[in-house]
Design a protein around this ligand. Structure first.
Ligand SMILES: Cc1cc2nc3c(=O)[nH]c(=O)nc-3n(C[C@H](O)[C@H](O)[C@H](O)COP(=O)(O)O)c2cc1C
Length: 488
């Protein structure tokens, strides 16, 4: 008999589902999930801001290899924090083979996030990665495992080879991951490797193999994951196209509606009877942040639901307070608008964007921003004419992208999600010319439904308000100590 949560608080990068949010969810017996995306850069920014509440320090102190932790602290911690309008320091952008310093930063930052999410309770915590952001995978996963992460959740790609990585790392064995390289020629070495033995510097901690949940958008992908993964897939999250964040593109030829959004049709619906027949626990995601939808999912045989949008506005989330306030006010008045942008993300996947005046969703702000690429998480590895691996991003300065063999049409409408997502959580970069990186908030189509959780006395709500409400039509209504359901 295995225990699974009914509610998974979905991973929300960058730093929206931070350790504080995940801790609050897991403490209530549901599954809190930290975002693992760009945690290394986020960690550097938290240290540059002076770690005011001392949380990073607590995490660093718990890291099992103290010399490594000390090196990172000494390099990036700014006592009292940097001046507000000074730029944040930058770390090297990821490549197939990262310098040791960056590998260590990934290990430590992922460790700290999971460690803090686990503090003060004994329930499992998960970490979410995007398959497309491949280069930091191995060191990040190992770092999260050193902190005892209970679940690894991954979508935005087909993570067939992650289960094998988890199996290897649970025994501190080396592991490999193939980097997707556009135009890779036969024989090109695209392998990334990580050998824990190169980094272990102290007593070897016992590790558990986290459960692996694949996030997929169709029955076909669900079946593929189960048939072809190189290790155990413990469950599936089936995410529909109303979900916040990136969405899978519609099947078939792309058609846009009158607003310019991708049109999803019959072929994009999943078949729940077929999912049940696969015989693994599954969770439904995309518009399930409502007690009636939770009941419906359970009645259809799901183990539960994965919810993002409702948790993104909880007091405990990392979303910037001014953005939370303005979007919650819109939700309460029923005027929040979400646009599924087919172009914004350099990944080429549709990306949901909340329309907010003065943010990067505002055409005037887009026009005023000078393109720059200095975080590089969404860079696409490609084969250069000499047969080496180069890196380019469709949102970088157009002339640079073209010089790397990119096509001009790929650059149209692209936005720098790396910088925007840092701005969403209050770590916006300040430029030498005085400009400040604008935020671009992603949220699900159900933005306005979060009004149901708002506590009228505070005009905000907490994780507990969401969890209580979502479970209110289940057997688990308000018994926080017994919230784990038994599934087969
Ligand atoms: C602000 C935000 C950021 C998100 N970022 C990620 C992410 O980094 N990785 C991911 O797998 N899903 C991401 N998602 C999707 C959620 O994990 C979840 O599956 C989705 O929000 C569920 O649908 P809902 O928004 O209707 O609740 C994000 C969603 C939101 C709202």
């Amino acid at each position: 008999m295995m225990q699974f949560p009914k509610i998974i608080q979905g991973g929300m990068g960058v730093g929206v589902s931070n350790w504080r949010l995940a801790n609050a969810v897991s403490k209530l017996g549901q599954l809190g999930v930290v975002s693992g995306t760009a945690l290394d850069a986020l960690f550097v920014r938290r240290l540059a801001d002076g770690d005011k509440d001392g949380a990073m320090r607590r995490g660093i102190d718990a890291f099992p290899f103290p010399d490594m932790a000390r090196r990172i602290w000494q390099e990036y911690f700014v006592s009292d924090g940097k001046p507000v309008d000074a730029p944040y320091p930058l770390t090297p952008m990821h490549q197939r083979r990262d310098p040791r310093k960056l590998v260590e930063l990934c290990m430590v930052s992922n460790f700290v996030e999971v460690f803090l999410a686990r503090e003060g309770h004994k329930n499992p915590v998960g970490i979410n990665f995007l398959e497309k952001v491949q280069m930091p995978h191995l060191s990040s996963i190992y770092g999260a495992m050193l902190a005892g992460v209970g679940y690894v959740l991954m979508g935005a790609g087909i993570p067939l080879h992650i289960p094998g990585v988890l199996d290897a790392f649970a025994m501190h064995h080396p592991s490999e991951y193939k980097l997707s390289v556009s135009g890779a020629v036969p024989g090109m070495d695209t392998t990334m490797t990580f050998d824990p033995a190169d980094y272990i510097d102290g007593p070897v901690p016992m590790l558990q193999r986290p459960k692996f949940l694949a996030i997929v958008s169709s029955n076909t992908l669900a079946t593929t994951m189960l048939r072809r993964a190189n290790g155990r897939v413990d469950g599936l999250i089936i995410e529909g196209a109303t979900a916040g964040g990136h969405n899978a593109p519609p099947r078939g030829k792309l058609q846009l509606n009158e607003k310019g959004e991708p049109v999803y049709g019959e072929r994009d619906q999943f078949n729940i009877a077929d999912l049940r027949a696969l015989g693994v626990p599954f969770w439904l995601a995309g518009g399930y942040g409502d007690p009636k939808k939770v009941r419906e999912a359970l009645d259809e045989g799901a183990a539960g639901v994965q919810v993002g949008t409702a948790f993104a506005f909880a007091e405990e989330s990392g979303l910037r307070e001014d953005l939370k306030e303005s979007l919650l006010a819109k939700a309460v008045s029923g005027t929040g608008e979400v646009f599924t942008d087919p172009l914004a993300s350099p990944t080429g996947f549709p990306f949901k964007v909340a329309l907010i005046e003065g943010s990067y969703s505002d055409p005037k702000v887009t026009a005023a921003r000078t393109r720059i690429c200095d975080l590089g998480y969404l860079r696409e590895p490609y084969s250069t004419p000499e047969g080496n691996i180069g890196y380019r991003c469709a949102a970088e300065p157009v002339e640079n992208y073209l010089a790397k063999g990119g096509k001009i049409e790929e650059t149209v409408g692209r936005k720098c999600l790396c910088n925007a997502l840092m701005a969403n959580i209050g770590h916006q970069q300040h430029r030498k010319d005085g400009s400040v990186e604008p935020p671009l908030v992603t949220i699900g189509d159900d933005l306005n439904t979060v009004a149901q959780f708002v506590n009228p006395h505070r005009a905000t709500y907490t994780v507990a308000d969401v969890v209580d409400s979502l479970l209110s039509l289940t057997n688990d209504a308000v018994q926080h100590d017994q919230l784990m359901v038994a599934t087969a």
